[in-house]
Ligand binder design. Sequence first.
Ligand code: GLN
Length: 449
Amino acid sequence: SFYLAQIRTNSHLNAFLEVYNDEALKRAAELDAFSASGHTPGKLHGVVVALKDVICHKEHKTSAGSKILENYTAIYNATAVERLLAAGAIIIGRNNCDEFAMGSSNENSAFGAVLNAKDSSRVPGGSSGGSAVAVQAGLCMVSLGSDTGGSVRQPADFCGIVGLKPGYGKVSRYGLIAYASSFDQIGIFANSVEDAALTLEAIAGPDEFDSTISNEPVPYYSGSFKDENRKYKIAYFNEALEHPSLDKEIATSVQSFMVKLQAEGHTIEPVHFDLLDYIVPAYYILTTAEASSNLSRFDGIKYGYAAKEDFSDLTEFYKRSRSYGFGKEVKRRIMLGTFVLSAGYYDAYFTKAQQVRKILANKTNEIFNKYDVLVSPTVPAPAFKLGEKSKDPIEMFLADIYTVFANLAGIPGISLPLFSHSSGMPFGLQVMAARENELTLLQASKVFM
Ligand code: GLN
């Protein structure tokens, strides 16, 4: 009931689209009875969790921040939800987000923007803005978001909390409403690295409902923080720290932090990386292409909003349903994606972007053959004012420069809330590790924090 009261007090932040008041209280009482009767409590016994509105929760609405799914009720649980519940978590509500997880400010939600709890004139970041604010403002203990190109790490950076994106295939995507399937991963917002590790341990691992899942056994992340004296081999891209889009204060803070790590005995070395300016274009070509295909299922028949009038044939019906149901940003991306996949342009855009992705994957292997982790800023600038960037989508896209790398390469990444900016806003350090190496990522993060 503490968290329910917090949510009510902070309702102006618009972080929740729905709060499961009675249900959460009932669940808490059941869990109490369960442990009182001598049963062994689960890993997340009594942990209060919120879910981004793209993660299916059986018999609860799941709308992806969109009018097209406004009245959709999930008919099954996402694997991650199933596992949260099995571990004893209490799901307290569903969080506002950018429509179909497309955006960086949470201003693309059909249900209104979310406000940053640190400064309500600023955005919380996106697309998992509501889930970030829910943890930032103390409205729950941990929350699940999704990260296709930074949607967990970037809002964690803007809100001053921990945001973990596991490597591709670590957490089942079953029941996660797809944006770009070869990039999407469910991620975790938490107040500490330990909380993120424990939550990951509960939700990760093999799942017969996701053919892209890794079959590696899940390590005991939460019990692996003993070796605080281990020294790490850390790489960074000089090009990233010298990029013209990077705020000077952020560059200086990250640089001084690296000097500090070196003084503590870690090895820190620059790695040459000349692809920085290609990764955002490659990301937006590939993700919009996948989105245009994924979102074709929302046709007004199989799911969601169906036009009632003003159509004379099936094509008209699709047009009416989708024109009303989808918001501006989603339409922009469906059109972009359809264009880059169209005959005559496919090779010029889609094939080239895939080649960039391939080169990146090779480069990533090279880096992690030599280094434990790769560090960078999470975002080039701190949280901006609401409305400040909505007129220029390209500018918004370009700010994803540091986060999309991990999704293109399929590696895990985390944003650690280590710094504070003169604007009064927090910002983070991003740490990345090799595919399947969340363990090193979390251990190093614990040492850095
Ligand atoms: N800002 C990125 C985008 O708009 C990231 C979105 C995400 O990770 N879901 O695509």
